[in-house]
Design a protein around this ligand. Sequence first.
Ligand code: GLV
Ligand code: MN
Ligand code: MN
Length: 436
Amino acid sequence: MNGAGIGTAEWVMERCDDLTRHSSRADALERVYLSPEHSAANMAVRAWMLDAGLDTETDAAGNLWGRRAADGTPQRPGTPGEPALVLGSHLDTVPDAGRYDGMLGVVLAIAVAHRLRDVPLPFALEVVGFSDEEGTRFGKALLGSCAASGQWDSAWWDQADADGVTLREAFLQFGLAPDRVGDAARDPADLVGYLEAHIEQGPVLESANLPLGYVTSIAGARRFVVTFTGEARHAGGTPFSRRRDALVAAAHLVTRIEELARATDCLATVGDIRVEPGAVNVIPGLAELTLDLRGRTDDGRDALWEQISAAGHDIAQERGVKLEVVETHRAPSTACAERMQAAVAAGIREATGTTSATSAAGAAAPSNSVLGLWSPAGHDGMAMDAVTDVGMLFLRCRDGISHHPDEHVEADDVGVALDAFTEAVLALAREQEEAR
Ligand code: GLV
Ligand code: MN
Ligand code: MN
């Protein structure tokens, strides 16, 4: 391990760099759920957790946990003890990812745990590296945090990756027992809250010239696989009147999706299309596309889906093709708990000396505080909200770019975030002590 001391911004930046080694691709960062790289990243992060004074455990869904008791003693996660405040984020990535989405929040949480290692707290402190937030491998996102929040659905076991490996098979290959997944579920009585630091993945903080903001809510998401089935035929011998071209139907739907979404305050993205048989001189007989929908409210998002679904059926009928839809992921919009928002805002105020009131994107601003913003991007808190109060700290990222290798955060901003996140933990500690 090189130079910088644990707990510093430089250490956090270096560890995010280190984690890029654990990738399935030599030319890019990609680390998906239950892969050899997932295992290697867990091993690396485990060592840092131990250095920070945490004892560690991998749970029944491949999430990595570290824990110290209220008095600062390292304590095995899962052993009975005081309720815990959990800090963390995820260690999996999208394809060709940046190095901060998720990883920054895990490493920063470890650095904060190190800073507080000699400080007695009124609760235990845990750090988690969730195993699957992105849903890159199996289409269903938040698998790690759904297991930790007791929301595992046995319908997911047969979902397969691009190579046809099912989630059940991947569990076994990773050395996990599918029938034990319920053991990963946390009891709400054992939790004080869940706090996550994450890059913003958007332009709001940069535009406002601020390093940090607190999150007010997280958008609700749904994901679908939409399949048009027509007929594969000769590209030369088949006149237009005889064609049932699945890709042309899909293309019409893609542009219609954008039109429909632009008329709302929701976001809709077709991120992938697969065509069969996929030959230059064959009319596509099958086109399968993915759809990612997000809305500030679940009702708005669902209303948009109804319009998209109707458009898909109309297009299928006009073009004589069959339409099938499978929903692969659904997560409700999630409000960050008032007390967690207040703690993160207090941490930011403490770390930055901010006194003036600001709010962005219609977000509510508690007291005379710092910038509050909602998150169109998804986060593990959407699942953890089922078992405990959730709060988030956002860090400015350059050009708002994320899910791209150019993702970048400044070390100076990480330094302020470390101070703010530490102060947020201490604010929650004070609140708990006052309530006693
Ligand atoms: C996760 O990054 C998501 O919002 O898709
Ligand atoms: Mn992401
Ligand atoms: Mn993320």
